[in-house]
Ligand binder design. Structure first.
Ligand SMILES: CC(C)(COP(=O)(O)OP(=O)(O)OC[C@H]1O[C@@H](n2cnc3c(N)ncnc32)[C@H](O)[C@@H]1OP(=O)(O)O)[C@@H](O)C(=O)NCCC(=O)NCCS
Length: 201
């Protein structure tokens, strides 16, 4: 990813719309959503590895090392369909959201697969909603993009609610499609229309 370009976009400063459990005398966090840069990769890997190793939320089973994840990182850009954003809370990278290839066959290129992961200590405060909304705002501006899809292993009420809040609808559930931690897991598919992708109309 081109670091020069990434520094200038998507740096709107926002605050969480919820601050559950915050003591009255504690200042609100500064929350900044921005494109990822190479220096963020180690933290992104650390956050994602937590979910690989401890949960069925990711269907990957082996943790990544930073060097091994560099090719994945290089597949994102600050324009076009494949984006990688991070959220900084008080200056620390606390989560990431991505849009990636939905299916490598050419006719699927108008669709993307989206996902979002926060540091588990940062969940439930509105940060995921802001980060995912920032990603979708960028994707809505992208000509040629028509649909975004999320795949959510069940149960995951926070992710289901997040997708529904941001305009996705549940289009079906693959039953027992994955096997991890000695059992099968269902995956709910969520679909959202993207604004920029109308073709032939
Ligand atoms: C899913 C995730 C990104 C949501 O971000 P978040 O900051 O925790 O969620 P928010 O506080 O923005 O809340 C989003 C919605 O989820 C609901 N929610 C949050 N935590 C919840 C919980 N533990 N149980 C039920 N609903 C919950 C909120 O009420 C809100 O719904 P609403 O808009 O209808 O009120 C975050 O929890 C996370 O990283 N989870 C682990 C990784 C993961 O599941 N990623 C998604 C993979 S598909």
């Amino acid at each position: 990813m081109d670091q020069q370009k990434t520094l200038v976009t998507l740096t709107a400063q926002t605050k969480p719309d919820k601050d559950v459990g915050r003591p009255d005398n504690e200042p609100m966090s500064d929350v900044v959503n921005r494109p990822a840069v190479a220096a963020d990769l180690a933290r992104i890997v650390e956050i994602y590895n937590h979910y690989i190793e401890n949960t069925p939320i990711s269907f990957e089973t082996e943790p990544h090392d930073v060097e091994g994840r560099r090719a994945w990182f290089d597949g994102f850009a600050t324009t076009g369909p494949y984006r990688l954003l991070v959220v900084e809370v008080d200056g620390s990278v606390t989560g990431f959201a991505s849009s990636a290839t939905f299916n490598p066959r050419a006719a699927y290129s108008t669709s993307v697969e989206t996902s979002v992961y926060l540091d588990p200590a940062a969940t439930g405060r509105g940060i995921g909603t802001q980060l995912y909304a920032a990603l979708l705002t960028e994707l809505d501006k992208e000509p040629g993009l028509h649909r975004a899809y999320g795949g959510i292993s069940q149960p995951n009420p926070a992710s289901n609610a997040l997708h529904e809040r941001l305009g996705f609808r549940h289009v079906g559930t693959f039953r027992e499609v994955g096997y991890k931690f000695d059992r099968y897991w269902d995956v709910a598919r969520y679909e959202r229309e993207l604004a920029g992708g109308e073709r032939g109309e």
